[in-house]
Write a protein that binds this ligand. Sequence first.
Ligand SMILES: Cc1ncc(COP(=O)(O)O)c(C=O)c1O
Length: 374
Amino acid sequence: MVYLNNAATSYPKPDAVINAWQKAIRELPSGQFRSSADADGADILSCCRKRLGRLLGIADTDRIYFTSGSTEGLNAIIAGLGIEASRIITTATEHNSVLRPLYNLPGIGGSPVLLPCDENGTVSPESLEEKAKNGDFAAFILNHCSNVTGAIQDAGAFGEIAKRYGLIYILDVSQSAGCMEIKADEWGVDALAFTGHKSLMGPQGTGGYYVRDGIKIRPLKYGGTGFDSSRLLYDEDTYEYEAGTLNYPGTEVLSEALRWVSDTGVDSIREKERQLTDCLISELEKTDGIRIFGKYLKDRGPLVSFTSGILPPSDIAYILQNSFGIVTRAGLHCAPLIHEHIGSGNKGTLRVSFSYFNEKEDVDALIAALREMA
Ligand SMILES: Cc1ncc(COP(=O)(O)O)c(C=O)c1O
């Protein structure tokens, strides 16, 4: 099997991650602050927070909270801020984990203001400036790297503008964490959501969010935190966002995955994935009937989206998987608004996404299959 669907979930995982999974589940269970058989419980979490801080450019790692992934993290941030959607600016490139909370969360109300993107999926920082100076906005949410075209937004430039207009700046690093440099503090990011199972190489159901000191959000979930159990009313000066028993084994495994990413080096990962995407694009350009989205991006995340004149994306993905053993992904990729801007229509694209474990032979196999189908 050739796995080219790493933007959904990375596969395979490094050996260190597989071994950590066995170890985490075999050992006595841990529990932060709670009476626990393993007094190191707190260390598992704080070690993971520190490793995340290094990869995400966050110094105040105590303010990184674990959830089941970006979706829960983004819901926690958006619901916790409780700002009316009409006072939030976001972009056409967002994933449904941003759009659906904005359109559906009780108490949020209204519709967000959307910045357009160009045909490559790039959003211009000037468009934020234009909107911000002409309205009464409170927050800006940005998808750092598009999961449809791979476009990487200029997170630093957006941060400067957000700061100038007093906007709370929220960054979704689901597709960029682990495969490119992230400097949240330097970019002026106020809140951020990450997921563990893509380029961070951890298991599904891991991830979390960060909220800068000074930004008050109400917890999304209430329950036992193992800390000051007698108090029933939430006190906004104490941060007890991790209610209920956490996914300790998952966090321990994620922590090992982060160690692997750091040891391998984000730069080496990026360079290898860049070679694969460049190679794929140049081969696709030589293949009849292929239209590449984001073709003119100077730099991109490790994915390429395209359509073919022969068949709809879902048919191609089906044939690739069932006749050639090549796993890709077809459709809108949970980002419904970008397609109108890049011109990919209501059937979306076929997306090929790489990890550090892919090789040039995988690109060769895909290209051969596409040519045979053509
Ligand atoms: C840009 C982006 N944001 C958010 C998410 C949601 O991540 P998760 O499903 O791990 O919560 C994804 C997942 O595909 C994504 O690509």
